[in-house]
Design a protein around this ligand. Structure first.
Ligand code: GUN
Length: 282
């Protein structure tokens, strides 16, 4: 019988812990603040941004909201970021991605001070992670490590296979599993025999963005399977990159979609904002 890793419950617990920490900090006069910038009206982005603001409110973090029109010039956005970098009241800065095409995403990411980079996307944050120094870690992979640890899944010495090499999930995921002493392989669209590699995995993290791509033939008996994908199928139901019904019976632990990895991302963002406060007030 397999175990479902309940991301909703684990993220709720993390948010509860953070709420207590923030209440304690506030009782000593602290104020914690996240600036959230959205450029344009992408529907999915609006939902994410609203959820982030709601989480701030729940935990006791102030959120400053900047909703800029889609036509905003890159220079104006960079100016806003610079003013927030200088504003000592602001602990964290988040620019919701994607930004409109006329704005260079890399330039925006680099403009955010590494001290306030709560998304963990700045090259300095990524570099720190890759050489084992402290810094902000991208929220989704950080959340997956929490899911594993809080489900008592041992990572040390395990064969960990990450499918997907994005800067936001795949690459930092691989670095985090390595930091936890896993033996890590990264697969991607050019991997020659994907199935042969994924079948070796004790811990399989799937972030390829293709609905129900991974079926039971990709998975070893007793593996731990983490599904980062989220899609709507023909019946308007949510599904992941993993075909849950065929894969779950083969696993020891598996994350569902929805209610697995998804809720962890915002919980870890809140964690990073509190960490930003501590870093800036050492
Ligand atoms: N767009 C999709 N995921 C994310 C995220 O984690 N952070 C930001 N800033 N934008 C995103």
């Amino acid at each position: 019988m397999y175990n479902i890793i309940d991301g909703k419950a684990i993220s709720a617990k993390i948010k509860e812990e953070l709420k207590e920490q923030v209440a304690e900090l506030k009782s000593h006069g602290a104020e914690i603040c996240l600036a959230v910038i959205q450029v344009g009206d992408d529907k999915a982005s609006s939902v994410y941004v609203n959820n982030k603001k709601k989480a701030c409110e729940y935990i006791g973090i102030e959120s400053l909201s900047y909703h800029l029109p889609a036509e905003t010039k890159e220079a104006e956005l960079l100016e806003l970021i610079e003013s927030l970098n200088q504003n000592s009241k602001v602990n964290g800065i988040l620019v919701q991605l994607p930004v409109p095409e006329h704005i260079d995403e890399d330039r925006v990411i680099k403009a955010i001070s590494p001290m306030k980079d709560v998304d963990g996307f700045h090259p300095e944050s990524v570099g720190a992670l890759s050489i084992g120094q402290s810094g902000f870690v991208s929220c989704t992979p950080a959340g997956i490590i929490q899911l594993l640890k809080r489900s008592n899944v041992e990572i040390t010495g395990k064969e960990c296979v990450v499918v997907g090499r994005s800067n936001i999930v795949g690459k930092p995921m691989a670095l985090l599993l390595l930091r936890e002493n896993g033996t890590v392989t990264i697969c991607h669209s050019r991997t020659r025999d994907l199935k042969e590699v994924t079948k070796r995995a004790d811990i399989l993290v799937v972030a390829i963005g293709k609905p129900k791509f991974i079926d039971e033939s990709y998975v070893k008996d007793g593996a731990v399977v983490i599904d980062v994908g989220i899609h709507r199928n023909e019946d308007n139901k949510l599904c992941g990159d993993v075909d849950f019904d065929s894969v779950a019976p083969k696993t020891s632990y598996i994350t569902p979609v929805p209610g697995g990895v998804g809720p962890m991302t915002i919980a870890m963002l809140m964690h990073n904002v509190v960490e930003a406060y501590h870093m800036q007030n050492k």
